[in-house]
Unconditional design. Structure first.
Ligand code: AMP
Length: 132
């Protein structure tokens, strides 16, 4: 694979029909916890911890590679400021929490719109389950 092909494969074309795009367009409801000009955050529909919030940019970015390479600094800053604010407001910052951004197939990314999971409210255990 050429470097250009590898870079293209790392950032699949944005799918306007993904479920978070529908939430952003108001076609599907969400349990909103935060919104600003660049960011929307809502509770995960299938929470894996007492606190499980998804933080997404309003811009069309498929994954963290796309966001990191292509989002303007104001959008990148807004997303991480939102993560920090939400972690404080949800009361998980002091005891600790985990942020996860699953990416593409090996990362187990199900929804192809970049999102950061905020998980907390209990000890979360090891980062990964051993497979050996
Ligand atoms: P990922 O595997 O990182 O792509 O995570 C996608 C997450 O989106 C999962 O944790 C799902 O439970 C969550 N999810 C899917 N549909 C919705 C929805 N309509 N509202 C809130 N969360 C959702």
């Amino acid at each position: 694979m050429t470097q250009q092909a590898a870079e293209t494969a790392a950032i699949p074309a944005y799918d306007d029909n993904n479920i978070f795009a529908k939430i952003l367009r108001g076609e599907i409801p969400c349990d909103k916890v935060y919104e600003d000009d660049h960011v929307l955050a809502f509770n995960d529909i299938s929470p894996q911890a007492p606190v499980h919030v998804l933080v997404i940019p309003k811009g069309k970015y498929t994954n963290v590679t796309d966001f990191g390479e292509n989002a303007p600094p104001a959008e990148v800053a807004a997303l991480w400021r939102a993560v920090a604010q939400i972690s404080q407001e949800k009361g998980v910052a002091a005891d600790g929490f985990r942020t996860i951004a699953n990416t593409n197939a090996n990362g187990g990314q199900e929804v192809p719109h970049f999102h950061v999971h905020i998980l907390g409210g209990r000890p979360l255990g090891p980062m990964l389950t051993r497979r050996d």
